[in-house]
Design a protein around this ligand. Structure first.
Ligand code: TNX
Length: 521
């Protein structure tokens, strides 16, 4: 008796619904791979952990904290309780389940939650909290399935969100809250876009001016460009202590933070802060990036470039425990190198036939720097241009259009699907002058984002190279939290559900109704 299927429309029969009550919804996002519920409990106020290890009790307290932080205004926050006389919750570690898998068996007086590892345990508890917040009856009471089963594990191992904090900065507490929001949707990666033309946001001890100067724009500051013309100084950055706090919160919530240092392009903040990293022979103003910044790329033929990156990546690698560091690689205006004698010399020494090949040469060298620190390279799809690099262990984000996913997979790369047309949360959601956002990739309605299937058109035999999906929060347009919320919800959870739930189990109406339990920033 699956809740996917509506009640029988001939008889209008509902499943064991108490007289006088409408059928209760179940809001779970993302929707489980298997769920069947046939009866509901009477009102209950909390789950009592009747048995459990100290880790299990701590996990329940953690999910209490998560839902309390997400919904501070809920008058009676749902909780897992230590006191007796409530519905019992039994936790069971099950070695047969994978790390992220969990299952729940509901019966009249208890629920048994089996889990593979810490993520599965936390996901199961989160799902119970979601059921409570979705089936809120009257102040302080909830109903739960009294007979039913959930068996669940994710479709993809990478269910990511990318956050651009360069164009518009997000305070530390907002980043912490975004991690809570991801955890609520069982997402497990934050790609943190820490640097761009408009500001460098991460403290680097070897180059303190990157933040003391490179994180500022406005009157009297160096950076100019599309966001550089405000009448006040705009600034913001994270100290390394801030980062440690954020990383530890993420680990607690089973989220991997993948830092992104965007190179060689999108580097105005670096080049204006440290003019010595710019090739003085390049013309000042002849070439512009797509966002209008003149010559904003680090020069791949200068030793200074690699010295700089060595020191930066050494610090980044020590701050973030992630397997990958994302090095950007997008939208490089390679033409400025045409006028650099150093670049020309290197190209002839290395037999490089063009500037895109020079870009690929740069990627290969950066990859070696990362490897020294035990990190693998992730980048945008342009890392594959100009001949690309050896795809072994390289993860690329396919952003430009759907076909790119297939092209990269055919070249041997592991790929995350993040198409601008569907997964860029800065795209407008409707046409019309009042709808905020960018539109270079078209209109991206929440329903279209939800419907996008990342594996369409891929060879069956290569599906294992599609590692997951990612929502991208580019922030040129996100000037305040109201805009952030308007653009991010519900599309972020549309991507979360595509990352978790099998395509045949998705249902837009059911998903849209669950927005009653979506938080905001
Ligand atoms: C393209 S996607 C960019 C970003 C912009 C975004 C705006 C990508 C790798 N680069 O620099 O913020 O479009 O939608």
């Amino acid at each position: 008796n699956d809740l996917d299927t509506p009640p029988d429309s001939d008889t209008g029969e509902r499943r064991n619904v108490p007289i006088g009550m409408v059928d209760l919804p179940i809001h779970i996002v993302p929707w489980p791979q298997s769920i069947g519920v046939s009866a509901w409990t009477d009102k209950i106020t909390a789950f009592h952990l009747s048995e459990g290890t100290s880790e299990e009790k701590a996990a329940a307290a953690k999910i209490n904290g998560l839902s309390k932080r997400l919904f501070p205004d809920a008058p009676f926050p749902f909780r897992f309780s230590a006191s007796a006389n409530t519905h019992a919750l039994v936790l069971r570690h099950d070695v047969a389940l994978s790390d992220e898998a969990y299952g729940i068996e509901f019966s009249d007086d208890q629920a048994v939650l089996s889990y593979g590892g810490q993520p599965g345990r936390d996901y199961g508890l989160t799902v119970l909290a979601q059921i409570a917040y979705g089936a809120y009856v009257d102040p302080g009471t909830y109903r739960f399935p009294a007979t039913g089963t959930i068996a669940d594990s994710p479709r993809f191992g990478w269910r990511g969100t990318h956050l651009d904090v360069s164009r518009h900065f997000r305070q530390k507490n907002e980043v912490l809250r975004l991690l809570d929001i991801l955890a609520w949707g069982r997402m497990n990666v934050l790609q943190w876009h820490l640097t761009d033309d408009e500001g460098w946001r991460l403290e680097i001890k070897a180059y303190p001016e990157l933040t003391s100067s490179g994180a500022k724009r406005g009157p009297g500051c160096q950076q100019v460009g599309q966001l550089g013309f405000s009448s006040e100084i705009y600034e913001g950055s994270y100290s390394q202590d801030d980062v440690r706090d954020i990383v530890s919160h993420a680990i607690d919530l089973n989220i991997d933070i993948v830092p992104e240092i965007d190179a060689p392009g999108h580097s105005t903040a670096v080049l204006k802060t440290y003019p010595k990293f710019a090739d003085q022979a390049e013309p000042d103003n002849s070439y512009h990036s797509i966002q209008g910044y003149p010559n904003n790329a680090l020069n791949p033929a200068m030793d200074e470039t690699y010295d700089f990156l060595e020191k930066v990546f050494a610090e980044v690698a020590s701050l973030f425990p992630s397997e990958f560091i994302h090095i950007g690689g997008d939208e490089v205006d390679v033409h400025s190198w045409l006028e650099s004698p150093k670049a020309q010399r290197l190209m002839s020494e290395e037999n490089l036939t063009g500037t895109l090949e020079l870009q690929a040469y740069f990627m290969g060298r950066v990859r070696k720097i990362l490897a020294k620190h035990g990190k693998k390279l992730a980048g945008w799809d342009e890392v594959s241009h100009g001949g690309g690099i050896d795809p072994d262990g390289v993860l690329l984000m396919a952003w430009q259009k759907r076909e790119v996913t297939k092209e990269l997979i055919d070249q041997g790369y592991d790929v995350i699907s993040t198409p601008g047309q569907h997964y860029y949360l800065d795209m407008v959601q409707a046409s019309g002058w009042r709808e905020p956002g960018a539109s270079w990739a078209g209109v991206s309605t929440p329903e279209a984002s939800y419907a996008y299937e990342p594996s369409d058109g891929l060879d069956e035999s290569k599906l294992n190279q599609l590692k997951g999906v990612q929502a991208c929060i580019w922030s040129e347009h996100l000037t305040d939290n109201a805009l952030f919320n308007h653009m991010v919800f519900p599309r972020i959870y549309a991507v979360a559900e595509s990352g978790w739930t099998s395509p045949d189990r998705k249902n837009w109406q059911r998903f849209a109704a669950a927005s009653a339990i979506f938080p905001t920033l």
